[in-house]
Design a protein around this ligand. Structure first.
Ligand code: FES
Ligand code: FES
Length: 155
């Protein structure tokens, strides 16, 4: 039997009807049109489904939708303004991504890092995205994009 859960998505109060075994990733995509979290592996290995729940970057393929009752969820759609917009411009400048499939998850992991550490070291950036797999790049341009001075100026 479905249950209605209430939470905030990208700052807006919302609700959706979910079954007890509905996974958050698919529930967000199917019910609310939040298409930035993607299904790469469906088992917690790739990080493409990463969203922020109450300020923490988590893999939405490992969370049941019923668990987010009362929570605040952020997806890429909700962080594309302000300083994260500067990060995205920097990624374009550094050709950080090729297909872009991994980018939303990477950006959510980096949003958590930058919220807590506005001027991270290269090692901290690498650690923050260590759970986000990219099959196209060697990660070098992604790290360069985060370390670009234009990104730190916006913080
Ligand atoms: S789809 Fe969630 S970690 Fe890969
Ligand atoms: S740019 Fe293609 S998977 Fe990362």
């Amino acid at each position: 039997m479905k249950k209605t859960i209430h939470f905030k998505l990208n700052g807006e109060k919302t609700s959706m009807d979910v079954a007890p075994n509905d996974v958050l990733l698919e529930a967000l995509r199917a019910n609310l049109g939040a298409k930035s979290p993607k299904c790469g592996c469906d088992r917690g290995d790739c990080g493409t489904c990463t969203v922020m729940i109450n300020g923490r970057a988590v893999r939405s393929c490992l969370i049941l939708a019923v668990e987010v009752e009362g929570c605040e969820i952020l997806t890429l759609e909700g962080v594309s303004k302000g300083r994260i917009a500067a990060l995205q411009r920097s990624f374009v400048k550094h050709n950080s991504f090729q297909c872009g499939f991994c980018a939303p998850g990477m950006i959510m992991s980096l949003t958590e890092l930058l919220n807590h550490k506005p001027t991270p070291t290269e090692e901290e950036v690498k650690e923050a995205i260590s759970g986000n797999l990219c099959r196209c790049t060697g990660y070098t341009q992604i790290v360069e994009g985060v370390m670009d001075p234009a990104v730190s100026k916006k913080r």
